[in-house]
Design a protein around this ligand. Sequence first.
Ligand SMILES: *Cc1c(COP(=O)(O)O)cnc(C)c1O
Length: 248
Amino acid sequence: MICSGTARKGFAAHEIMTTIASNLQAVRNAIVTAAVTSGRTPDEVVLLAVSKTFPPAAMREAYHAGQSRFAESYVQEALEKLAALHDLPIEWHFIGPVQSNKTRPIAENFSWVHSVDRLKIAERLSAQRPPDMPPLNVCLQVNVSAEDSKSGVAPDEVTGLAQAVARLPQLRLRGLMAIPAPCDDIAAQRLPFAQLRELRDQLNRQGLNLDTLSMGMSHDFAAAIAEGATMVRVGSAIFGSRNYGENQ
Ligand SMILES: *Cc1c(COP(=O)(O)O)cnc(C)c1O
């Protein structure tokens, strides 16, 4: 796969755009291969383009290459892009850490939040979701084994949180999300994804109706799909490597 540079590296605009479209096609092909190899239907796997740190022009090009679902991690950056791209019917997903003083813009502007890990945050999102909008789709972020980040509910606390979140009126609890620590070995990559799938199945046996496993990024989405991912969150394989310094 070719990973693009960005405008900062001095490519002409149309060259960057062509790279995004061809990267997207390569990712879609890899998703189909991973799904078919594991006996799944490619349609069961939704691709989210993780556009954090990339400019609206890059997202617009991805949109014109057929990508309509985008994921962002930083509220302020996302709000600027929402304004810049308001002419496009984009489905916006929030995947970053949710601070309690940022829940309102998230509740008002996004279709999905993948990173809920505390009841207090879920309660605020529900209370602040405008009543004229459909319920906010929510995944609980779980800190599965080998996970690097400090975010995410512990696996043994996910049942209690899920039961409470499922009762909130303006939220629709859809499933679980995880960000396992990076790892090169595909067999080892599968372990935390399998753990997340088992947790989801366990919650469904307890009466919840969770249809979503949000797992898999650029380096491990094939392993995630093999373990049942229904949404993969892919950034750098589509847009190129990120440069946090210049955008944050
Ligand atoms: C940045 C990010 C991604 C995408 O990562 P890539 O390695 O660029 O594909 C996926 N999920 C979350 C939560 C992220 O923050």
